[in-house]
Ligand binder design. Sequence first.
Ligand SMILES: C[S@@+](CC[C@H](N)C(=O)[O-])C[C@H]1O[C@@H](n2cnc3c(N)ncnc32)[C@H](O)[C@@H]1O
Length: 226
Amino acid sequence: MREGHEGTGPGAVTPDGCAVELYARLPAGDEPDIIAAAVPAGAHILELGSGVGRMTHPLLERGFTVTAVDESADMLARIRGARTIRSTIESLDLGEKFDVVMLASFLVHTGDEEVRGGMLRTCARHVAEGGCVLIQREGPDYHTDVPRERTDPSGFTIRIASVEPAGKGVNSVRAEYVFPDAVWTQTFLARPLTKERFESVLAEAGLEADTYLTPDGMWVRAVPTA
Ligand SMILES: C[S@@+](CC[C@H](N)C(=O)[O-])C[C@H]1O[C@@H](n2cnc3c(N)ncnc32)[C@H](O)[C@@H]1O
């Protein structure tokens, strides 16, 4: 387990505290539609931190080709219909370029700035000329509107139970996922990034924000710096 990260609940847990069985249950929501609207039909997408394929599978159904990368073999074992690669994101160097590179699930808020820089350089290294990088950022009140919870229509509750300073600009976030028959928790380190700071860390990796795809600014289309 990575320092500052912890996961509890049934089944295997990844080094960053994510539970495989939990992610196999979570619905995809509207994210595949946001992605599909932002990229060319039939694009080859390099999905970084794919987990069990919560987004991979709906993207395959929409006619995209997906190469899914995750450091967890337990997560990747659940993926069907996509090429899977077990690797840390920051060390990935496939020697290939993709129409679209996707870094979702707030991975850009990784606490370790070296790892974050490595992840963004991986995005830049793998995007084809004329292609784009899709990044999912935290919403504006992510670290301050706490505690908060949402009950999904399918019958479970997601709660951000606490956000505590953990030093050096990083917060320790505790999330709880309550299902009728099981409860999972994840504690993880997240670094808040203002829009300005987000854009400067993109620039350090040779990327620039091209379009904020959603009104809340959470989904961003970035391109290599000209
Ligand atoms: C919060 S889960 C989200 C999974 C998927 N994107 C989704 O939306 O369902 C984060 C995933 O990223 C993976 N991950 C986190 N840090 C990673 C890293 N540095 N390199 C590779 N995989 C990583 C974890 O193993 C986990 O499967």
